[in-house]
Write a protein that binds this ligand. Sequence first.
Ligand SMILES: Nc1ncnc2c1ncn2[C@@H]1O[C@H](COP(=O)(O)OP(=O)(O)OP(=O)(O)O)[C@@H](O)[C@H]1O
Length: 638
Amino acid sequence: MSTQHAKPEHHPGTADEPPGPPPAEDTPEEAGAAAEETEPGPRDLSPERRARARALLRGALRPHWATVGAAMAAAGIRQVAFLAVPWCIQKALDDGVTAEDGNALLGWAAAALAAAAVQFAGLYGWQYWAGSADAKVGADLRSRLLRHLAGLDRAALASRGHGDLAMRAGRDTDLVREWVHGLAIWVVLGTTFVGVLTGMGVLDVSLLLVTLGMLPFLVWVNLYFPRRFGAASGELAEAHGVRAEAVADLLQLGTGLRGTGGHRPLVDRHAAASATVTDRTVKAARIEASWASVAPFVPRMAVAIGVGVGGLAVLDGRLTVGGLVAFTSWMASITLATRVLVDRLLARGQADVAAARIDEALSIEATVADPAEPVALTSGGDLELTGVSAVRDGVTVLAPLDLTVRKGEFVAVDGATGSGKSTLLRLPVRLDDPGTGTVRYGGTDLRDAALDDIRGRIAYVAQRPMLLSGTVAENLRLGRDLPDEALHDACRTAGIHDQIAAMPDGYATELGESGTALSGGQVQRLAIARALLGEPEVLILDDSTSALDTTTERAVLDRLRTWAAGRTIVFATHRTAVLEAADRVVTLTATGRGGDAGEAPGKGLDPAGADAGPAASEPASAGVPASVPTPTPEGPRG
Ligand SMILES: Nc1ncnc2c1ncn2[C@@H]1O[C@H](COP(=O)(O)OP(=O)(O)OP(=O)(O)O)[C@@H](O)[C@H]1O
């Protein structure tokens, strides 16, 4: 146990306990602090949360029980050999040295040597299998968690911070790994207590009584401190989560806010979160210090008493000198075992808390999910949105509207800022589901189709596209098996191939974290190219040319039209070039407040530009007709 990593303090070569698993992989922001702070501990979990956490741990272990079992067997063999050494020494002293029998002395020395060889092999197997088990369980758990989180939609994750979720996939998983690594130590502890108590009984009953007298204190220590430490560690885990959030915001937003001086509050917020972490670390460390010092004090007292009692037994002739030496050696083992027992209880509590946090993240349910029995979509149908509306935070941000985009059509969706264009465009890819109404593709309700099927046919380029760290090619491929030529073609269509080719390493150019090495217009075109690579039947673009100059924009639009040939494009925009290129323009209009006080603005679809939906036909409830001028559709196919 230590405040360094909340891992047992190891005593290689002298202890029952071998080195633990590799250190947790700290995130950069935590790396410095990890050296001085305690990890989350056995927080007071509700019985239900604890039961769920334990079920998760059991489930994570199940596929790897053979490896854990091998580690336990090897640890048990090693410990028997370890405990046999004092016995060999006792025999060597009594039967060899005291009895002046050289052969007996050599025999027992050889036995001690054999015990050392068994310890060597046992320790190797123990560590090897324990390390394998912890790595496998950790990898499984982390993948499962990340796979689950990756499948969640924005609404499901709305109340969770990225920093906190990263903690669950990182540090919490590592705490479970540490617990798995230490499972074999329970065999070591069991062997030690059973072996030592038996040995004591054989040596002298008074020594056994001294050892047994110590056990109630040992139990008290291990009941009293974990509870106090648990509460403090739980608070500390929360503080770590808050600080991770503050760090994530600071790193992600710092650059963007620096220009407006807005980074200062983020720095202050991080400082406050760090101060809380430090306070809670100190509090936990104080309790931990008492625990760490009291726990081994009890058996050390027993050694002192045992030496007195055992010494008297030697004087009385009931015990040999070798027996007294064996007693002190075994008591040293019990002292160490006590300490390790405390560490294991602590690690178990930490694993419970960590598993509960992982379980909580795994329990987040997607608001947009695959149906139980998905219906396969058919190729190339119309996209029909019927009576779709959206409410965010209790505010209607999209009043019910109808919109049909026919196969092969290029429809521009215009409308004032905040009129709900992005909200509307997220529906056909099921990034959100509409509050009311249905979205159909080729006549199939998208709620009945598999998400992969939908997103394989309908691609969406967000208003603020995400790029990943890595090369241009990696950002385009996103793990898909695509030949270079396909990348080049897509980038030509998106009007960015020449710029990429002119970069120092071409498509192998590293983009830096989140693509910071690119201009806004380059990011937009790269995102378009990435969407084209999936060869979608419908391409949905959310203001994807807003950062382009007009000449480049027109060139991109021309190429997109050529690429489209039979495919559908829906493009939210205010840009004249796009409105002119489209076959049809529909305009979302802010339609003013409804009748009830505090009711949010509704939106209507301009009946001149689109199918008139309920919103347009019912101005009393959804507002007045369109107030935004409707551009004239002048697209090549219009
Ligand atoms: N997740 C959300 N939570 C709360 N409000 C939201 C959410 N998403 C959108 N809104 C609100 O919905 C309204 C419509 O937003 P949306 O992004 O769809 O508008 P837009 O027409 O695309 O705007 P712009 O032209 O500025 O991109 C806005 O008032 C916005 O604040």
